[in-house]
Design a binder for this molecule. Structure first.
Ligand code: 5AD
Ligand code: SF4
Length: 493
């Protein structure tokens, strides 16, 4: 699974700053990702222009807001690529757009509600002829119900139908008021001739879409459909192009990225694909997320040991430290089997940082189960943790389970868990003071000479430097101070 919400991992950048849908960077690049993409002129029909005054005046402009995980962020980059190829221009506010798209997340109820409040802001009166579309997980989950709740929406499209997006957009442009793409029965992956990338140094690449794992609390198998892996030669071609364009870091994405199964005759294993991506000259760092414990094998650790370009970070969600709860969650591993995977990672020659996701308050979770999770934290000593209160989701098996934990009790358990992780991080962070890390500089503070960047192990360090124009460069930074949630340093010359 990919992360979508706040936890104790604030020094870890797993895409949290992108919850708002705004990029960390103002620079964006549109790049061809497969064969060279040529710009196709806008195909709006004359009827479309007549649909409303605003839509006419602002014709050919789109606003796209993204909620949720990196997978959604990257889907949005590709959706933006599709629109740019059709002659649209991206704008910064819904008011200046003729086409407004929300790429949505439904992993927890709060996330799903956000889009309905956005849609409310664009009720019938304010929309003044604009085309409004709902994409992603809420689109898939709610389907045509969205038209009933918000009749001013005219496009509802789940991620498994994105390969049909050009056709669907053509229908919307022709004035069709109820266009849907809701099939999940597909073996296609979403590949676009053009991707509009938000981050000028780090490029996301989805290598596996959907999920076959069926965890009992999770809506993703329903909203994103079955697992489909992208052909290894197509992935490697895109990596080559990215390197030629100056990207130095690539992050391979998938809900269960290490379940990758190359559909070509080459049948590359996931670890072989990692090494092949790292072989590309120009690529300095390769990340991957999210790994599923069941498919996490020794060859991945061996690859990280063999190739320093593979980042020394593994995100390995455990969800609970109690085997009993893991069974009701249908996670397909026990506490002991999970700890074997941790021992495998800790056995590497390089120090590999490990982060996790945990859900508290799953139906039937007892105080003793929570105790097991707390003791797991003590054993593993995660570098960061993302923790969530269980949120019942439609279309999931756990929604029918008895023994729901009251909301207040879930909050109490979350607070206990987070306090434990805070203590662990306080110790880990203070041990880092005095150490030196290589950072890619990814942010500039408003304060003079203050920058921030990421380590290979995916920590964010805020640091000072007298140098100018550091964005995108790799620098050495010495850690000079730490709190449980932040690290500060100075550029080491
Ligand atoms: N309730 C709470 N958290 C959930 N997650 C997935 N589904 C739910 C749910 N129904 C969490 C898992 C996953 C992370 C991205 O979101 O911990 O790893
Ligand atoms: Fe991750 Fe399980 Fe959801 Fe699949 S079903 S996306 S493995 S939490």
């Amino acid at each position: 699974m990919l992360n979508c919400e706040l936890g104790m991992g604030k020094t870890f950048d797993i895409g949290l700053e992108r919850l708002t849908g705004r990029s960390e960077f103002s620079i964006g690049r549109s790049i061809p990702t497969k064969n060279e993409g040529s710009a196709i002129p806008a195909q709006a029909s004359p009827e479309a222009a007549e649909l409303g005054a605003v839509r006419g005046a602002l014709r050919g402009t789109f606003f796209l807001e993204t909620f949720g995980c990196q997978m959604n962020d990257h889907d949005s980059e590709k959706v933006a690529g599709v629109l740019l190829s059709r002659g649209y221009q991206q704008v910064e506010s819904p008011q200046s757009a003729s086409l407004i798209l929300y790429n949505t997340c439904s992993i927890r109820e709060k996330a799903a509600q956000k889009v309905f409040s956005r849609l409310g802001e664009f009720g019938l009166r304010q929309n003044e002829g604009r085309i409004i579309g709902v994409l992603g997980c809420v689109a898939q989950q709610e389907g045509e119900e969205i038209f009933r709740r918000a009749p001013w929406v005219s496009l509802v499209c789940g991620s498994a139908s994105y390969s049909k997006l050009p056709e669907l957009l053509a229908q919307v442009e022709a004035g069709n008021q109820r266009v849907t793409g809701l099939d999940t029965d597909t073996d296609e992956t979403f590949e676009t001739p053009v991707t509009r990338r938000d981050n000028p140094w780090r490029a996301y690449l989805t290598i596996i879409e959907g999920c076959d794992k069926a965890c009992s609390y999770c809506v993703v198998p329903y909203t994103r459909g079955p697992e489909r892996s992208r052909a290894s030669d197509s992935v490697l071609r895109e990596v080559k192009q990215l390197a030629e364009l100056g990207y130095s870091e690539v992050q391979l994405l998938g809900q269960t990225v290490n379940s990758y199964a190359d559909p070509t005759a080459r049948k590359m294993r996931f670890s072989e694909l990692l090494l092949a991506v790292a072989d590309e000259p120009g690529i300095k760092r390769v990340r991957f997320t999210t790994s599923h414990p069941r498919d996490f094998s020794q060859d991945i650790v061996d690859a990280i040991d063999a190739q320093p370009k593979l980042c020394n970070h593994v995100h390995l969600p455990v969800q609970s430290g109690s085997t009993r709860v893991l069974q009701t969650m249908q996670r397909t591993y026990t506490r002991e089997e999970y700890l074997e995977r941790i021992a495998m990672i800790r056995g590497a020659k390089r120090t590999i940082s490990i982060t996790t996701d945990i859900i508290v308050g799953f139906p039937g979770e007892t105080e003793a189960d929570l105790g097991e999770t707390l003791s797991l934290l003590d054993i593993v000593k995660y570098d960061a943790m993302f923790s969530f209160k269980y949120s019942p989701r439609p279309h999931t098996p756990s929604v029918r389970m008895s023994d729901a934990i009251p909301e207040e009790e879930k909050s109490r358990r979350l607070a206990v868990l987070q306090e434990k992780q805070r203590e662990i991080q306080a110790v880990r962070h203070s041990a880092m003071v005095g150490q030196r890390f290589e950072l890619i500089v990814s942010g500039k503070s408003r304060r003079e000479n203050q920058w921030s960047g990421h380590t290979s192990c995916h920590r964010v360090i805020n640091f000072s430097s007298q140098e100018q124009a550091l964005l995108g460069k790799y620098v050495q930074v010495q850690v000079t101070g730490a709190t449980p949630n932040s690290l500060v340093g100075e550029q080491a010359l």
